[in-house]
Design a protein around this ligand. Structure first.
Ligand SMILES: Cc1cc2nc3c(=O)[nH]c(=O)nc-3n(C[C@H](O)[C@H](O)[C@H](O)COP(=O)(O)O)c2cc1C
Length: 378
């Protein structure tokens, strides 16, 4: 695997920005409306400051941990991102391989551009399926059944998408609400001939959804009109819990009462998330509600958190406040766009190195030593 030259996630973002046509970079990078929440996700971490323990022997350190009861090399899960195939050819396979090589789980989005079966065959690691709930529940059920057969261990039900957020960068490029690119977008695409040669020609599609539709159906139109069902509610979650026999998480929780309810229904845990600032602008950051949620359901459920994780130190802060692990969104996707599997691997390597340094510098030989008293809120 070739080496991608970047010393931090921000540099991977810069490479991604140069390689991708503007519309694809904006889809990856952007948030909803004024992007207050997108920025807040970063600021919330900046307001947490370490008061380290000094003179602890940290000569022997490990980042290894357990996620959902199984071993993981890092307290990290590669989270679901749609349209990975626009960022690199076979993007889902590439990022899944990087996750497997790093010893962390990979979460495949419902709207991935590689088949469940291909991912299971090509990437040997732990696989999770993110599920959007289609108006026709049978489509979601069928994709879950295929993931079950392919050996996926966990379903992540995304609950923060009753309607799409107002992503103004995508409206401006013409990617959303219906794909109708503007002249400026076409011109910009033509100025990225390498991307056109690698990706434009074989037009990545939502292959997992397409497979469940009658032959000849336009899958993009179908997804646009049917994927986000505003009637999705707790009764549906209960039914999915009965249908899916393995681990199940609810993603998009920001409140103690919702976390309690998820646990009461028998879910294995929650992902505290505002969808990377892409849904409701003005939402709180997952990391901000983590302490109260950890007090309420910690020990009874796995708590993951996402949003704005760009440094290994951010991962340490989430663990110190009671998370079992974090979901990565853009960090690994910037890496993918910067250099395929090698770029995603570089993102994970950067975060692991920074996490290791943070453990040493805060006086923690392992992630279990991270505790809330190490942090102050400023
Ligand atoms: C390009 C992109 C696509 C995404 N697609 C999905 C998706 O299909 N399903 C989902 O549950 N979340 C999706 N998300 C949200 C991420 O899973 C995650 O919650 C978020 O990106 C975390 O914030 P971060 O990017 O700041 O790390 C997407 C995020 C991005 C950036």
């Amino acid at each position: 695997m070739h080496h991608v030259d970047a010393i931090n996630i921000e540099e991977l973002r810069g490479i991604a920005k140069r390689r991708l046509p503007r519309f694809a970079f904006d889809y990856l990078d952007g948030g909803a409306e004024d992007e207050f929440t997108l920025r807040r996700n970063r600021e919330a971490f900046q307001h947490l400051r370490w008061r380290w323990k000094t003179l602890v022997d940290v000569s022997r350190r490990t980042l290894a941990t357990r996620l959902l009861g199984a071993p993981s090399a890092l307290p990290v899960v590669v989270g679901p991102t749609a349209l990975n195939g626009l960022f690199w050819p076979d993007g889902d396979l590439e990022i899944a391989r990087a996750a497997a090589a790093a010893g962390v789980p990979f979460t495949m989005s419902t709207v991935s551009m590689s088949l469940v079966e291909d991912i299971a065959r090509e990437a040997q690691g732990r696989l999770w399926l993110q599920a959007y709930v289609f108006r026709e529940r049978a489509i979601t059920d069928a994709i879950m059944r295929r993931a079950l057969d392919a050996g996926f261990e966990c379903v992540v039900l995304t609950s923060d998408f009753p309607v799409p957020g107002k992503r103004e960068r995508d409206w401006r490029s013409g990617l959303l609400p219906q794909q109708r690119f503007t002249a400026a977008t076409w011109l910009d695409i033509l100025m990225h001939p390498r991307w056109v040669a690698a990706i434009g020609r074989h037009r990545p599609r939502f292959v997992n959804v397409e497979r469940e539709l009658p032959f000849g159906h336009n899958v993009n139109a179908y997804v646009g009109h049917n994927m986000f069902d505003p009637s999705f509610d707790w009764d549906d979650v209960k039914r999915f819990r009965d249908v899916w026999p393995r681990k199940m998480l609810l993603k998009g929780v920001l409140r103690v009462d919702d976390a309690e309810r998820a646990v009461a229904i028998g879910l294995d845990g929650i992902v505290l998330s505002n969808h990377g600032g892409r849904q409701l602008d003005g939402a709180v950051a997952g990391i901000e509600v983590l302490p109260e949620v950890a007090r309420a359901v910690g020990g009874r459920a796995s708590i993951l958190v996402d949003g704005g994780i760009r440094r290994g130190g951010d991962i340490a802060k989430a663990l110190a406040l009671g998370a079992e692990g974090v979901h990565l969104g853009r960090a690994t996707t910037y890496g993918l766009a910067a250099g395929g599997s090698a770029g995603a691997a570089r993102a994970l390597e950067i975060l692991a190195d920074e996490l290791d340094r943070t453990l040493a510098l805060t006086g923690c030989p392992d992630v279990a030593a991270l505790s809330p008293d190490l942090l102050v809120r400023t």
